[in-house]
Design a protein around this ligand. Structure first.
Ligand SMILES: [Fe+2]
Length: 213
């Protein structure tokens, strides 16, 4: 039997965690509706009451979005913003998960490239991520070479603990869900979706797509 000669973790998924200044979190919580009443989308995204939090989140996560200015040694190979433009928060909403609530099932955010969650209130919080099964690609005849759904590496679901003030940044395609709220207090978070403002470099011919959200 041959010895194992090496293992390469190919295309790992980057998840980033940040800590927001507690004063900004406290200010945002002040504007939360009482009694578990839900905010409309207009009452969160670009709303003056949550704008300082939104701007702080954008400033914090942008360097770590693809093409961001690299700050970590292992990210040195990434390109700068001039290739895709600055990142923008394009939507945001509050989730109020009351005691005993299971919360959302596994889901991606299909309408954006990067997403993040900011935790405003709650205890024993975590976010679960799932490595979605991949479909075998089609062969040259246009048909799938085999009709199997495969887990590309048999990864187990992963749980990342979160506390008040944490921001967790992840690619929007990644399936995620909150853990059940097993405490007796509400668990309040804000989710933001991000998109780059330009997908083509400045030197691209004029017939290429310009994307500004
Ligand atoms: Fe989500």
């Amino acid at each position: 039997m041959a010895d194992l000669d090496g293992v390469i973790e190919l295309f790992p998924t980057r998840i980033f965690k940040f800590r927001i200044d507690p004063r900004i979190i406290k200010d945002a919580v002040k504007h939360k509706k009482k009694g578990g009443e839900n905010h409309t989308f207009d009452e969160v995204f670009n709303h003056p009451e949550f704008l300082s939090l939104q701007e702080e989140v954008l400033k914090s996560v942008t360097p770590y979005c693809p093409g961001g200015i690299p700050r970590l040694r292992h990210m040195r190979s990434q390109q700068k913003h001039d290739r895709i433009g600055e990142w923008k928060i394009v939507s945001g909403w509050i989730n109020n998960q009351s005691p005993g609530q299971e919360g959302f099932k596994y889901h991606p955010h299909a309408e954006s490239f990067m997403s993040c969650v900011v935790y405003l209130e709650g205890e024993n919080m975590s976010i679960n991520f799932r490595d979605e099964a991949r479909l075998a690609p089609a062969d040259e005849t246009g048909r799938a070479s085999y009709d199997l759904l495969i887990r590309h590496h048999w990864h187990e679901d992963a749980t990342i603990p979160a506390e008040v003030g944490d921001v967790i940044l992840f690619p929007s395609y990644l399936l995620h869900k909150p853990n059940k709220n097993e405490t007796d207090i509400d668990r309040i978070s804000i989710a933001y979706n991000l998109m780059p403002t330009r997908l083509n470099p400045p030197t691209t011919p004029p017939w290429s797509i310009k994307f500004d959200v």
